[in-house]
Design a protein around this ligand. Structure first.
Ligand code: ZN
Length: 165
């Protein structure tokens, strides 16, 4: 399966994704492998289905040594709040400060449909919340003030100008 990142203005990014139905869709190994490939090739630490044109409730996060495939993910509980910079593979070079829960209790299914309940904290909790949002059609540019977004877009323009001349 050869997957490609969709553009940041693709309407699929605003759609609510469908549940992954293991009885119909089968196990998710091949999608997970392809998504992980796209994520790593682009130096990301998280990638959701809609970002590669798959409107299903699935995302991957982590890196080569520890990869999580999270299907039909739910956030059961959260505590603490942290504001930190975030990027997104759908919005290259855009860095935004977003407020997230510090620690979350979650439930999801892995690639073979087993239900996992666990806790994430710090960066992995942030990535989980970011990717989970993608499945509801929520991109991180809607989670910050209009002013911060404008400033971040200006910074991106400058960065690109410097890079491409
Ligand atoms: Zn994203």
């Amino acid at each position: 399966m050869d997957l490609k990142l969709v553009r940041e203005d693709d309407p699929i990014l605003k759609q609510v994704a469908e549940p992954w139905d293991f009885t119909v869709d089968g196990e998710a190994h091949s999608v997970v492998r392809s998504m992980a490939k796209v994520m790593m090739e682009n130096n990301g630490i998280g990638l959701a289905g809609p970002q590669v044109g798959i409107s299903k409730r699935i995302f991957v996060m982590g890196n080569e040594s520890k990869l999580f495939a999270c299907i039909n993910p739910e956030i059961l509980d959260g505590s603490g709040q942290i504001i930190d910079k975030e990027g997104c593979l759908s919005f290259p070079d855009l860095w935004l400060s977003v407020k997230r829960r510090e620690t979350i209790k979650v439930r999801y299914q892995n690639a073979i449909g087993e239900t996992i309940e666990t806790e994430f904290t710090g960066i992995m909790a942030r990535v989980f919340q970011h990717e989970r949002d993608h499945l509801d059609g929520i991109c991180f540019d809607t989670l910050t003030s209009k002013l911060s977004l404008e400033l971040a877009k200006k910074r991106r323009k400058k960065l690109r100008k410097r890079r491409f001349g």
